[in-house]
Ligand binder design. Sequence first.
Ligand code: NAG
Length: 221
Amino acid sequence: MQPHRQPPPAPQPGARLLALLLLLVLQAAAAPAASGGPEDPRQPLDAGPSRGLLQRAARAALHFLNFRSGSPSALRVLAAVQEGRARINPKEGCKVDLVFSTERYNSESLFEGEERLGKCSARVFFKNQKPRPAINVTCTRLLEKQKRQQEDYLLYKQMKQLKTPLDVVSIPDSHGHIDPSLRPIWDLAFLGSSYVMWEKTTQFLHYYLAQLTSVKQWVRK
Ligand SMILES: *[C@@H]1O[C@H](CO)[C@@H](O)[C@H](O)[C@H]1NC(C)=O
């Protein structure tokens, strides 16, 4: 991933905490993809917005939400788009209204009593010639703030206790495997690249995190 300018809003405390410990060098980590999933070639053009467009819009809304929450334990990804409507104005751009379900990115660590799926509604506006879709999104059943902070703090402590520096060449490895012990690093990278993935998503392209090529860790005095 190319260096990018700092996002204007200040990062949330959770993100700052973790940034103290880890610098993730994401070289060429966000890879563009031409569509948001297999699009059905048989779908006629006038049959409403394509599935790909709705999925790209929903993912952009989630990258925005993840970036704003700044918490590796609150990461959410798309489960399914439930409703969607797009209005295209050739002069202005494309406005998408959506309802979709989400799931925790790291679904192995569900809390007791936590529901697996959450629900969001969003309006995503891809403006012509402008970076970053404009997004309004509201979600239900997000992880409680207190639990999130607890979880983030545990991760912080776990990282801080690592005695030997992480000697990581690539995550996932050449077989596409992420060792469970490296999963927290991957989650941090996913959070760290959420801004870029939001910023770069367009009506036609989405970005996703493909591989981490180096991880550097240091302890701040
Ligand atoms: C989001 O909501 C604000 C305030 O209601 C509004 O000004 C803005 O245009 C909305 N943006 C989108 C993309 O709907």
